[in-house]
Design a binder for this molecule. Structure first.
Ligand code: MG
Length: 260
């Protein structure tokens, strides 16, 4: 039991603290400039400050790379199949080169929206089923794979940072259905002489479900062995993987983020 005296004292003290706080002008902790830019963001549409990388009508924002007669790499027009407002990984001749597509523009910190669809006709299993991937800065892969009732190593499944971190949950739709990725990426920071000072991080929302939240990337995606960072410039293109499965894409846009 609290005595009446102690209760009265506590009331007195609390009251005096409150009145001291009330004396601070609330305006002292408000700032009004600079006002953020205005972005028009229609529901389900493309934000007004987005750079559209694929709107279903052409592949001009993307290129593929081929070796010329001298063994040098050359940019060629993207050869993906344009069909019903989507672009689809093209069939590959046996032993032929893969046709990863690379964006013409380069980016640093971004918000990226894309929609993808694994083939309705299920072929293969594990990593062989509806495999593609989005390589942030041309080297950090967020996996695209048909993991609907299809098990594989968890750090290689849909929305994993490939061979690094599994997704928090499996939010896959059935094959043949469109799926969404909303990706929030902060690029790694390097000193001018090339030392890593801050790892890249990525947040991934798959079909409206958060599956990666500020996940650190431990270096560029490696198929074999441990990843480790190598210096690169602050803006790099996006790349979408041709893994020899006819995965389709549509509605791809990116917003550049002005982070410190
Ligand atoms: Mg992949």
């Amino acid at each position: 039991m609290v005595s009446l005296k102690k209760y009265a004292l506590a009331l007195l003290l609390t009251g005096s603290v409150l009145s001291a706080a009330e004396e601070i002008d609330p305006k002292l902790t408000e700032y009004w400039t600079p006002q953020p830019d205005v972005v028009n963001a229609p529901a389900g549409g493309v934000p007004s400050d987005a750079i559209v990388l694929f709107d279903g009508t052409h592949l001009n924002e993307w290129f593929i790379t081929r070796e010329n007669e001298d063994g040098e790499k050359e940019a060629r027009p993207a050869n993906w199949v344009l069909e019903d407002g989507a672009m689809i990984v093209p069939p590959r001749k046996k032993g032929g080169p893969s046709s990863d597509i690379t964006s013409q523009q380069a980016f640093g910190d971004i918000q990226l929206h894309l929609e993808w669809r694994a083939p309705a006709e299920v072929k293969g299993d594990s990593q062989g089923r509806g495999n593609s991937g989005i390589f942030l800065m041309n080297r950090y892969e967020v996996q695209i794979l048909d993991c609907y009732e299809n098990e594989t190593y968890v750090n290689g499944m849909t929305a994993s940072t490939y061979k690094q971190t599994p997704p928090l949950v499996n939010a896959c739709h059935a094959p043949g259905e469109w799926q969404t990725y909303d990706i929030f990426f902060k690029a790694p920071r390097f000193t001018p002489d090339g030392k890593l000072v801050e790892k890249a991080t990525v947040t991934v929302v798959h079909n409206g479900v958060v599956v990666q939240l500020n996940t650190p990337l431990y270096g560029p995606t490696e198929y074999r062995g441990q990843p480790s960072y190598k210096y690169h410039t602050p803006r790099q293109p996006l790349r979408i993987q041709d893994h020899n499965n006819p995965v389709a894409f549509r509605n791809i846009w990116v917003r550049e983020l002005d982070l410190p």
